[in-house]
Design a protein around this ligand. Structure first.
Ligand SMILES: Cc1cc2nc3c(=O)[nH]c(=O)nc-3n(C[C@H](O)[C@H](O)[C@H](O)COP(=O)(O)OP(=O)(O)OC[C@H]3O[C@@H](n4cnc5c(N)ncnc54)[C@H](O)[C@@H]3O)c2cc1C
Length: 386
């Protein structure tokens, strides 16, 4: 056997022995996800056990270095682990903005002390993060942000407001873009980390059209942030911000893969027997979804090998989120008027309708589709005037 074949056999055996049966069931909704944090909420013992066993092995972040709590796996081994988890339907043991967004940025821009402390806590699921980027006047034009961090000698004094901060009311810490100079729009931004329990931080939840309230307005009123919590150089936070956004967009593009089955074929087969137009739409969708899956695999391989174009996550995010919107439009079309039902037990609390509405936000969060198209036009296609 080659080394990789041995690794696959050992991984398969370990997963069989250690992944609890409950953690092999598809997630029913967002509440089935394990987010960890200072005050973790576990749905059941199996969820806790699964997270702890995977963290112990470094497999919550399999491709991070071992010294920061990772598994130290190569890209090929990481891929095998993912395949073997998918084979038994194993759930992701830990959902975390620390893993999908902040971690990669810290690996590239963090100093040794920051890596040792924060990456290890992230890998063990001990710290839950939120993202303080958008402001009331700075969404697509993110570099226009005004939240200020004033140099007070041994600390920064942060004042301002963020908006759409996902899970800010549940997060332990925030990674936050602040203005440290007014001299230059892009070269006056810095990247700070701070505790959401710091005096002067407050949050106010905002309700979404799906009926859920996963995000907040976040206010900073004379928040003191120690200087050693600056990531990268002062006034060079835009580089960190952009790098992190690439990883965020890569993560969101995964929406295009759907949960579990990529295609709609089976779900739609019975409902659509007598509707040729809808059947054609579903067939078209299935072909596009399989093409997206292939494109996504190639993209991840290129990314891990350091060969992806820096703007490629924008292309993937656009394709994946628009595809996911089509997926849920078709689920609603196949369900007819019954799919709009919102509260009954039969509709599992309006699961289809709420998920359909949630997909509308996929093409806004992490940068809108229009903005991704602008980036693709300018940086990949080199179009004039873009
Ligand atoms: C579910 C969800 C979760 C989010 N979570 C977070 C979070 O955790 N942290 C965080 O910081 N932010 C978060 N956001 C905010 C998100 O990043 C912003 O909503 C997004 O960047 C768009 O900014 P905006 O809402 O201010 O819209 P605007 O920038 O005001 O855009 C309004 C419209 O104008 C269009 N537009 C703007 N500029 C251009 C242009 N140059 N060319 C073409 N069209 C343009 C946009 O595409 C959009 O349709 C979240 C958003 C959602 C929906």
């Amino acid at each position: 056997m080659t080394d990789l074949e041995t690794f696959r056999a050992e991984t398969r055996a370990w997963l069989e022995a250690n992944c609890p049966a409950e953690m092999r069931e598809p997630m029913r909704d967002e509440s089935d996800a394990c987010w960890g944090g200072r005050n973790p909420e576990y749905k059941n013992d199996a969820q806790k056990l699964w997270m702890e066993r995977m963290a112990e092995r470094g497999w919550t972040v399999p491709d991070w270095p071992k010294e920061y709590g990772g598994g130290g796996l190569s890209p090929a081994e990481t891929k095998i682990l993912k395949q073997e988890m998918a084979r038994i339907g194993a759930r992701n043991p830990l959902m975390s903005f620390g893993i999908s967004m902040l971690g990669p940025a810290l690996l590239k821009y963090g100093n040794e002390a920051q890596k040792k402390r924060f990456l290890t806590e992230i890998a063990r699921g001990e710290i839950r993060w939120c993202q303080g980027y958008s402001e009331p006047g700075a969404g697509s034009d993110l570099a226009g942000l005004q939240t200020s961090a004033e140099d007070k000698g041994d600390h920064f004094l942060v004042n301002g407001q963020k908006v759409w901060t996902s899970y800010a009311d549940k997060a332990d810490w925030i990674f936050c873009l602040v203005r440290t100079s007014k001299e230059s729009k892009h070269n006056g931004i810095s990247f700070l980390l701070f505790d959401m329990a710091s005096p002067g931080v407050s949050t106010k939840p905002i309700l979404l059209i799906s009926g859920y309230s996963p995000f907040c307005e976040t206010f900073f009123d004379d928040v003191q942030v120690p200087k050693d919590q600056l990531v990268g150089e002062l006034n060079k936070g835009w580089d960190v911000a952009k790098y992190l956004l690439g990883h965020e967009r890569e993560m969101i593009s995964g929406m295009g893969l759907g949960h579990g089955s990529v295609t709609l074929g089976d779900k739609a087969k019975n409902a659509l027997a007598d509707d040729p137009l809808l059947r054609a739409d579903v067939a078209r969708f299935d072909v596009d979804a399989l093409a997206f899956k292939a494109m996504s695999e190639r993209f991840i391989d290129e990314l891990k090998a350091g060969r992806a174009h820096p703007a490629q996550p924008s292309m993937m995010k656009y394709a994946g989120t628009e595809l996911n919107k089509r997926r849920h439009e078709l689920v609603m079309a196949a369900g007819g008027s019954a799919a709009l039902e919102w509260e009954s037990e039969a509709s599992r609390g309006g699961k289809d309708a709420r998920e359909w509405l949630r997909t509308k936000a996929n093409s806004i969060e992490g940068g809108t589709s229009e903005v991704q198209l602008n980036i693709v036009a300018k940086r990949i296609l080199g179009l004039p005037g873009a």
